[in-house]
Each structure stands twice: as structure tokens, then as C-alpha cells.
Write a protein that binds this ligand. Structure first.
Ligand SMILES: C[C@H](O)[C@H](O)CC(=O)C(=O)O
Ligand SMILES: [Mg+2]
Length: 408
């Protein structure tokens, strides 16, 4: 595939993988690409319902069962003209091994624009151990994002322009955190709260989460969106009862009630839900086929995490699956990596801001402290102009304690 001399693009000479935090570093609480790896007294680790909540010893804290063991993965790619690109995700040392010892062969030596070819080779070459998701796909996502960043930096264009350009001038955000009432004051269009109780708590659990919803509804008034995020903690019966109990308080959507493989549960819940309430999920799904199944089951909003679903290359495909059924795609968090993609999607009318401030009382960049210049919403909005920098428009904060555990 030779290019005309005027279109000659550099090749990728090096790929390097770094980790920060996670169990291997024995230092926790730094945030970064692993946004669950926060310090003590953080809303994100305060008795949130999970599939582990049935075990009393793992009920109070998600860190107690190891939600933060992976840590941050940073992938850096360098081109023959000296330009570098990078990205971060959640995969830590495990991801570093996969990048350096396996995926590097598909990256080094290719031209900087051969992203789809590299993406396909990474997916197919890891089929025998990826299980269609998890940390392997997180790692592939990170490489994909680093490649888009490099390509944008080489041709001096923002990633969103490489993807076809913005379809709107600004992105409007809802906030995920413990304090929708404060999110409203900060200009967000809605607030998504974690559920703190699940099937092991029975009807009493439902009553407690509904009491929080009621209190928030009283604080924010009728028109502000309120949502529940259930982080795979429920069964169909419990989710159905919760949905009906939440309807009088105008719950906009019920999110991720079940693990991603339980497609039949989603299909059933969709039938059981009160009219007008939306069913959403997808952040822990790692394959296009998985998203197709969720879409077929009637999920109203697909929520891939661009750092966990195969990168921007996969996210565009998932958005097309959703679009084919008139569904929305509203990525899970993912900050700047999501912004550049969703501003080009006609079926993403709003986006998520994951509140990583300990008490959800101010806007802190999701991946703080690893990215320099990570854009955050002001009055609940990020404009296209704010994304007008080459690549993803962010730089790596090299003052972070990054380690390179494997070199190839
Ligand atoms: C709050 C949720 O439990 C989780 O930490 C984040 C999430 O699932 C979301 O933002 O969506
Ligand atoms: Mg969620």
C-alpha cells in the first residue's frame, strides 16, 4: 500500500508500556486510569452494591475485594519522525506484559495510519486468551487510543476531525456521583447515583435506596434527571421491584442491573420495566458481538467504556450497532477519549462525567493526575473548540510514579 510522496506518513518505531498504582506497585489511592483506585473516605468506595455484596466481609468496600488491583496502564507509541502519542486505561502491570511481549509485534513497523489493521490483528491474535473482554481488551483499547493520539499528533489534527468531524458544537454532561443535588448546582443535566443495597437486603434494601432517591428528587425538583447505577448487583425480580418503586420519583434509567453475559435477564427486565423508564448497560462488555446481543435484548442506551471496549475503533462500530436500532450510545466515563468520539456521533445527545472528587462536590478530571490539560465540563458543557488540539489534546504527566516492568 504505497502512498504518493506528498502523503508519506511516518512509521511506528517504538511502543512502550508503563504502569502506575495497582497491587503490583503496593501503592494505592492515586486514581489515574484506574479511577476506582482512590484514597480513603471516597464516595466511590462507600458501601456500593456489587456482585460481592452477598459476602458480608466484602460488602462495605469494593477495594476490599480488589476493585483497584489492576492500576493504570500507559501506552506510548513513537513514530519515525520523533512524534509520540500515548493513552491510558485500566490494566496496570498485566497490560504492560501483554503490550510489550505480544501486541508490540503488530504495532512496530506499521505506518501511523494503519490503525484498523493493527486493531484487527490485536483482536484476532488474542482470541485464544482474551475470553472476549476483560483486561486483554482494556489493553488493546489503550494501544488503539495511543495510535489515534499519535496519528492526530503527526497530521496535527484532533482525533474528532479524523473521525469525520463534530455533529454538534458542545457536549452536555450528566454527573455520576453521590450528590446529584450538587451536580445540579454545577450545571449538569442529571445525576446518577450508585445503589447501596441489593438482593441480599431484600425489600428493606429497595426501601433504603428509594429513600435516597426521594430525598434527591425533593432537592433537585421535577425536571433534573436522576438515575441509578446498579453495578451488576441484582437479579430480575429485585431489579423489577426497584424499577417500579422508583417510577413515582421519575427515575430516568436503571443501569447495569446484571453482569454483561446475562443478556436474557436484560431482555426480561426490559419487558417488566415501567413505561418510559430506560434500561442501560455496557461498560463491562468487551466485544462487538456482546454489544449486538445487548442491543437486540432492547437495551435503550449502550454504555461502552472506550478504554475497555476496544478503543475508539471499536466504539465507532458499537455506535453504528446502536444507531441501526434507534438506540443511543453514551459511553461510560472515559473522559477525553470518549469526548472526541461522541462529538462525531449523531446518537449521543449527552455524555457522562464521572465525579472523582472524594465527596462529589467539585469537578476533578476523571484521570487526575496522569493527564495534563484533561478537559472538564464548565457549567456541564465541553465545547468542540476545547477539543481543538492535535490527537486527544492531552499530555502525559511524567511526574507520576510510572514504572516500565517489561521491555521488549
Ligand atoms: C458508580 C459506579 O458504581 C461505578 O463506579 C461507575 C459506573 O459504573 C458509571 O459511572 O457508570
Ligand atoms: Mg455504570
Amino acid at each position: 500500500m504505497a502512498l504518493a510522496p506528498s502523503l508519506k506518513l511516518p512509521t511506528i518505531t517504538h511502543i512502550r508500556a508503563y504502569s502506575m498504582g495497582g497491587a503490583a506497585a503496593k501503592v494505592h489511592g492515586q486514581g489515574g486510569g484506574d479511577y476506582h483506585d482512590q484514597g480513603k473516605d471516597h464516595w466511590i468506595d462507600d458501601h456500593i452494591a456489587t456482585p460481592m455484596s452477598k459476602y458480608a466481609e466484602y460488602k462495605q468496600s469494593r477495594q476490599s475485594f480488589g476493585i483497584n488491583v489492576l492500576g493504570t496502564l500507559v501506552v506510548e507509541v513513537e513514530a519515525s519522525d520523533g512524534t509520540t502519542g500515548f493513552a491510558i486505561s485500566t490494566a496496570g502491570t498485566v497490560g504492560c506484559f501483554i503490550v510489550e511481549h505480544h501486541l508490540s509485534r503488530f504495532v512496530e513497523g506499521k505506518r501511523v495510519d494503519q490503525i484498523k489493521l493493527i486493531h484487527d490483528q490485536m483482536l484476532n491474535a488474542t482470541q485464544y486468551y482474551s475470553g472476549g473482554g476483560g483486561v486483554v481488551i482494556n489493553t488493546i483499547s489503550c494501544v488503539d487510543l495511543a495510535l489515534w493520539d499519535l496519528y492526530g499528533k503527526v497530521v496535527k489534527l484532533p482525533v474528532y476531525k479524523l473521525l469525520g468531524g463534530a455533529v454538534r458544537d458542545e457536549i452536555h454532561f450528566y454527573a455520576t456521583g453521590a450528590r446529584p443535588d450538587l451536580a445540579q448546582k454545577m450545571g449538569f443535566i442529571g445525576g446518577k447515583m450508585p445503589t447501596h443495597w441489593g438482593p441480599a437486603d431484600g425489600d428493606e434494601g429497595i426501601a433504603k435506596d428509594i429513600a435516597t432517591l426521594k430525598e434527591m428528587r425533593e432537592r433537585v425538583g421535577d425536571n433534573f434527571w436522576l438515575m441509578f447505577d446498579c453495578w451488576m448487583s441484582q437479579d430480575v425480580n429485585y431489579a423489577t421491584k426497584l424499577a417500579h418503586a422508583a417510577a413515582p420519583y421519575k427515575l430516568k434509567w436503571l443501569e447495569e442491573c446484571f453482569p454483561p453475559q446475562q443478556v436474557e435477564s436484560y431482555r426480561q427486565l426490559k419487558k417488566n420495566m415501567p413505561a418510559g423508564m430506560l434500561m442501560t448497560t455496557g461498560e463491562h462488555t468487551g466485544t462487538l458481538e456482546g454489544f449486538k446481543e445487548l442491543s437486540e435484548a432492547g437495551v435503550d442506551i449502550l454504555q461502552p467504556d472506550v478504554g475497555w471496549c476496544g478503543g475508539v475503533t471499536s466504539l465507532c462500530e458499537i455506535a453504528a450497532v446502536a444507531k441501526s436500532r434507534g438506540q443511543l450510545v453514551v459511553p461510560h466515563g472515559s473522559s477525553v477519549y470518549s469526548h472526541h468520539a461522541v462529538i462525531t456521533f449523531t446518537n449521543t445527545p449527552f455524555s457522562e462525567m464521572l465525579m472523582t472528587s472524594p465527596h462529589a462536590d467539585y469537578v476533578r478530571p476523571q484521570f487526575d493526575p496522569v493527564l495534563i490539560d484533561e478537559p472538564v465540563p464548565h457549567d456541564g458543557i465541553i465545547t468542540a473548540e476545547e477539543l481543538d488540539k492535535p490527537g486527544f489534546g492531552v499530555e502525559l504527566n511524567r511526574e507520576c510514579p510510572l514504572e516500565r516492568p517489561f521491555e521488549h
